[in-house]
Design a protein around this ligand. Structure first.
Ligand code: SAH
Length: 234
């Protein structure tokens, strides 16, 4: 796969300019030069092979050669809700969920959450989505929603019928695949409270266990999303 660069504007065949961190990445990190062919994407589901025509200090000029639409998305909607873990683990979580094709990530506020991502943090998470999409070939960006309170999130009427909440000791077991829309919820390091699990059950969530060891937030989220995503291709 050619080196991929994200552009924050509509794209089409013809000239385009790249600036900011993506231009720096192309010119300084990858050391690409006029004549090299790269792949541009902007999250619209397509990708745009383009030839570098000029490399200046802060701006790279390219010529988009054609438009392609390879199928790399899941055939169903997969939403993951979890508190944002601390430090580097937040990056790991967002990176892996992006690779797995998750449609939407919902940062959760629960009774025992520690980290509450502010707006600046959300921008950082969105940057991780772009970085992961460059690497894995995704042309649709995983959406990051604003912080949601568990009590209201778990009752949203826009959620799909298949809703799974991971809770140590949960009686349910996770089957594979299923290619149907699903929402997956993971709790904070302190766990969901009994009230939160009760609210989820009343709202129709299935409470499932992931084995006898306690997993970190990001491990539980990646296991859940991975289990549902790997069969989900058209
Ligand atoms: N101390 C907490 C564990 C929190 S781990 C407790 O005992 O509940 C963080 C989150 O990961 C949990 O809220 C749950 O959603 C998920 N998780 C971790 N290990 C799990 C397991 N073995 N089964 C199901 N969910 C698990």
């Amino acid at each position: 796969m050619a080196d991929r660069f994200h552009v924050n504007s509509p794209l089409g065949v013809g000239p385009v300019e790249l600036d900011g961190p993506e231009a720096h990445h192309l010119a300084t990190v990858c050391r690409l030069r006029p004549g090299d062919v790269v792949c541009l994407f902007n999250g619209d589901g397509r990708e745009y092979p383009a030839e570098v025509t000029q490399v200046a200090k802060r701006v790279v000029s390219l010529n988009v050669l054609r438009v392609e639409a390879p199928e790399r998305e899941l055939a169903f909607r997969l939403e993951v809700a979890a508190p944002v873990p601390k430090g580097d683990r937040a990056q790991f979580l967002v990176e892996k969920l992006t690779e797995l094709g998750v449609t939407t990530f919902v940062p959760l506020k629960t009774a025992r959450s520690v980290v509450e991502p502010r707006e600046a943090k959300r921008e950082k998470l969105e940057r991780y989505v772009i970085e992961a999409s460059k690497q894995c070939g995704r042309n649709v960006l995983m959406q990051i929603e604003p912080l949601a309170e568990w009590a209201s999130y778990c009752c949203r009427d826009t959620l799909p019928p298949r809703r799974l909440l991971a809770h140590p000791g949960g009686a349910g077991r996770l089957g594979v695949g299923g290619e149907v829309d699903a929402a997956l919820a993971v709790g904070p390091e302190g766990g969901f409270t009994d009230e939160e699990v009760g609210a989820a059950r009343s709202a129709g969530w299935q409470v499932i266990g992931l084995g006898p060891r306690i997993l970190r937030i990001e491990t539980a989220a990646v296991v859940l999303a991975g289990r549902l995503s790997v069969n989900g291709y058209p």
